[in-house]
Structure formats: structure tokens, C-alpha cells
Design a binder for this molecule. Sequence first.
Ligand code: SF4
Length: 285
Amino acid sequence: MARPLPLTPSNHDRDYAGFTYVYPVVSRRAGGISVGINLNPNNACNWACVYCQVPNLVRGTAPDIDLALLESELRAMLSDILDGDFMQTRVPEGARRLNDIALSGNGEPTSARVFPRVIALIAQVMADFGLLGEMKLVLITNGSLADRHYVRDGLKQMAKLNGEVWFKLDSATAAGMRTINQTRIPPEKHYARLAIAAELCPTWLQTCVFAMDGVPPSEEEQQAYLTLVRRIKSDGIPLKGVLLYGLARPSMQPQAPRLSALPSAWLEAYADRIRDAGLEVKVSP
Ligand code: SF4
């Protein structure tokens, strides 16, 4: 069923066997194989981050989801991984471990109105494969819809499934969010949504840092972020920590030529400042 394509940490195969929603990823972040679920096969997101790796990104929301097709693809993929020859034929030695199922697609997954039904479907499939409690269910989200009722419903279900939310927050300033994420959401509103997500399900902040036109984030930007971290602590928001990323893969957006990766020493120094402000940090240059 699989295309004869050896997966590597940089080879995300979103067209696995012609599937619409489900794809395998060997993830250097996760240190093993992740089953990705893409609820945005239309490449539509309500944000337009300058570093976004989605080709032909458009503004919009997820299309109607064919839940029966999603379920059959997920079952087929898990069968191939757990009972077939997927690991031996397509995954390099040392990464032959099923780490998680990740809602991480070509757009914002929580823009799918059936999001809670998708979580319920995943829960059923995980139970049928004996995977409950054995692996994580990760939601990679920009968090912009975390206050919607249907998203909260999905997050509550995720918490019972060893779920984790990776909530995007690249900048704590309105100007930074406009420049990096191309959204006009006020930072206060984003903070409130972060608090909601973290109350409902274990949550990490997901922050990408890079240089733009050769210039790293300004001291003012960094201070605003560190102030936010201290506020998270003083408000008692139960965050697990910060996933701090550099530019792991090239941007597919028009701004790509303006972006460059920061030296890993820069990221490490920034991580230390975040730790001093009170949160655990995992760095992925
Ligand atoms: S939120 Fe994610 S999918 Fe949407 S534009 Fe940003 S990086 Fe791309």
C-alpha cells in the first residue's frame, strides 16, 4: 500500500498511498514515528505565519471532513505500522517506535467543526488497537479557536487520552504577531485562550524564533516574551513548558528569502532566559 519512499526525518510524506487525511512522519522532534492527521487537505489556515511550511497556503478553514474515510485511513495506517512491514521497509533503524498520533496538518486543525468528533473517533480507534495509555495524542494548533465550545469539548476529551496541546505563541506583542503570524488577534486574547487550553489539557507553548532580514528578535520582543512567561507563572497557568524551535525546514511563503535560522547558541541563551523566568524549555534548533 505504501509508496516506495524511505522516510527520513525531513521527509514528511503527506500523500501516503493516496490518503487524504492520514500520513506517517518520522519526527526528529518526537524521536520516532508519528501518525499525522491532516484536517486541512485544502491548505487553509486562518493565520499566515511567515515561516509556514505549507505550500500554496490559503486563508480559510478546514473543509467538511469525511469521518468514515478518516477512520478507515487511520485504521489502515495503524495496521500497517503495528502488524505489517511498514517499520522494516520504510523507517530507518533507531526510529522504529510509534510515538504518537498528531493532529498536525496543512492549516489549523481546530477550524474543523467536527473537531470533537474527530477526537472521539481517534479514541475509539486507539482503544481498538490497544493503544490507550500507550502513546500520546498531540494537537499542534495556533490556539486561535481554543475558546470555542466545540474546541473546548475536544480538548477535554484529549485530556483523557494522554493528550497534549502544542499552542503557538511566537510573540507576545501585537506588532510581533502581525509580522510573524499575520494575525491581528490582540495578545491579551491569545493569552486568555492559552489559559483555557492549559486548564483543559496538558499544554506546551510552541515558539519559533528566527532572524528576519538578518536581524534576530529585538531585545524588546524578547523582554515582552519573558514578561509573559513570568505572568503565566504568577497567574498559575499550568503549562508544561516551552518548545523552542528554530527554522527546522524552509518556509514555503513569499517571505522565505527574508528568513534565516539563528545560531543554536542564540537559541540556547534565549532558552536559559526563559528558564530563569520560570518555565521548562525544550530546544529544537
Ligand atoms: S498556524 Fe500553522 S498552518 Fe497556520 S500559517 Fe501558521 S504555521 Fe502555517
